[in-house]
Design a protein around this ligand. Structure first.
Ligand SMILES: Cc1ncc(COP(=O)(O)O)c(C=O)c1O
Length: 446
């Protein structure tokens, strides 16, 4: 940037920042921080793993924005797919059995990619509404089968399922439920088979409609399940007539090195919730996928209309973009790259742990990984003042947009870079974390 363009960019930044403060209510943000400091970045463009802001600062997008820009930024083919579809048919309804080619072809594509007999997709605009759809549908399913008491939904502590009334009610991170009057009949369980069994015994299987879980918890800290957890969950759900819903919003479409996260753990759910990676964030779309068995039972048992549908269920442009995105992931063997670069990321974590005694609890699968910062590894104690927040701040100075997770007393750094990342770029991320942590340590840890 020349001096003059830099000055102009600063002027425009300030103009936009003033308007932002006055008119833009941000999602999951601090009102006070916005008013005191203005917007964080005002991003203007993206390419591959990089984002650039209005003042010309370039950063690595270490979490693929919100774990969603999986193919990376700046893929013009997706813009072309959106334009082609909009020129032909920008919108038509899919209510009352009307249909269009992009939704039909995307539903088929999803069915080809999912494990087991998960074959039919209901489309939404994102993950929260897809979870609400799964909750309503699972409760309705039992009602149609005459089991009207089966209403409770069990989710895991530290889970994140979104922010609609139903999805926040299912979220096992209490901070997200800190709103009055969320939905009834949601229960939270610790991540052990014993705890699940105890809850079912306590509440009564005849009152439980579904158990929902992310295959790997994302926002809760990139937490892998205990050994054999989902195999046992599958059995318990079968034994107790409880539907098993896998929330694949983060883990779906390649993030863990397989099409879906649950495939790593040898179980097939009855329903799957999808969003984010289906379109890599280029268009807002999500969905609920149901098994052939549930589909057939719903067909048989439902008299009249399934009274549930969003205006944008199966939006033609979003479906066309998602189809193109999935085609790119396949044609460019991106899931293989996720596996290879995931291994590099884990090597990087190990290297960091050798250099910094505070780094522990290294974990991850594919391009979904985390490290924790610990005061004492043996007792698993954290520093009183979370270190990861300071590392993230410092990393920005070195060109990395990273994510710290401090819910529930954690001090975690989470990583989920775009699938197009290469070895040098993984190494850059690791070396920035190394430098940033070194600098934070120099200032003293409390
Ligand atoms: C596992 C999981 N489920 C559901 C959601 C909610 O999706 P959305 O924000 O698209 O409503 C998210 C979002 O981060 C998520 O991570």
């Amino acid at each position: 940037m020349t001096m003059k363009t830099k000055e102009n960019a600063q002027v425009r930044y300030e103009e936009l920042a003033a308007i932002d403060k006055q008119h833009f209510m941000h999602p999951t943000s601090s009102f006070k921080q916005q008013q005191e400091k203005g917007p964080g970045f005002i991003f203007t463009e993206g390419k591959g793993i990089y984002l650039k802001d209005i003042r010309g600062k370039q950063v690595i997008d270490g979490l693929s924005s919100l774990w969603n820009v999986n193919i990376g930024h700046g893929r013009e083919e997706l813009g072309q797919a959106a334009m082609d579809q909009m020129k032909k048919l920008a919108f038509s309804s899919t209510f009352s059995t009307n249909s269009h080619e992009p939704a039909i072809m995307l539903a088929e594509k999803v069915a080809q990619m999912t494990p087991g007999d998960l074959t039919m997709t209901f489309f939404t605009s994102g993950g929260s509404d897809a979870n609400d759809t799964a909750f309503k549908t699972s409760r309705q399913y039992w009602r149609l089968k005459g089991k009207t008491d089966k209403k409770k939904i069990i989710s895991r502590n530290k889970s994140y399922h979104g922010v609609s009334v139903g999805a926040s009610s299912a979220t096992g991170l209490p901070g997200f439920r800190n709103f009055p009057s969320l939905a009834p009949d949601f229960y939270y369980v610790d991540s052990s088979i014993q705890a699940l069994k105890e809850m079912i015994a306590r509440e009564g299987a005849e009152t439980i409609a579904a158990f929902i879980s992310e295959p790997i918890q994302g926002s809760g800290g990139v937490n892998l399940p205990p050994e054999n957890y989902f195999k046992e969950v599958r059995e318990i759900c079968n034994q107790n007539e409880i539907l098993f819903i896998a929330d694949e919003v983060i883990t779906g479409f390649g993030r863990t090195g397989t099409n879906f996260g649950i495939e790593n753990f040898g179980a097939v759910p009855d329903m799957m919730v999808i969003a984010k990676g289906i379109s890599s964030g280029y268009a807002p779309i999500g969905g609920m996928v149901i098994s052939e068995k549930i589909k057939n039972e719903l067909i048989e048992l439902t008299d009249g209309v399934y009274m549930h549908g969003y205006t944008y269920s199966g939006h033609p442009m979003c479906c066309a973009v998602a189809l193109k995105n999935l085609e790119i992931i396949e044609e460019e063997n991106m899931i293989e790259n996720v596996r290879n670069m995931g291994a590099e990321l884990q090597n990087g974590f190990k290297w960091l742990a050798q250099r910094h005694e505070e780094i522990g609890n290294i974990r991850g699968i594919g391009l979904l990984g985390a490290v924790e910062i610990l005061k004492d590894k043996e007792t698993n104690t954290r520093f009183a003042d979370p270190v990861s927040v300071k590392v993230v701040e410092e990393a920005l100075n070195h060109g990395l947009l990273a994510r710290s997770i401090v819910y529930e007393g954690q001090d975690t750094l989470a990583f989920a870079p775009p699938f197009c990342i290469n070895k040098e770029e993984v190494e850059t991320i690791i070396s920035i974390i190394d430098k940033s942590l070194t600098e934070v340590k120099k200032k003293g840890l409390k």
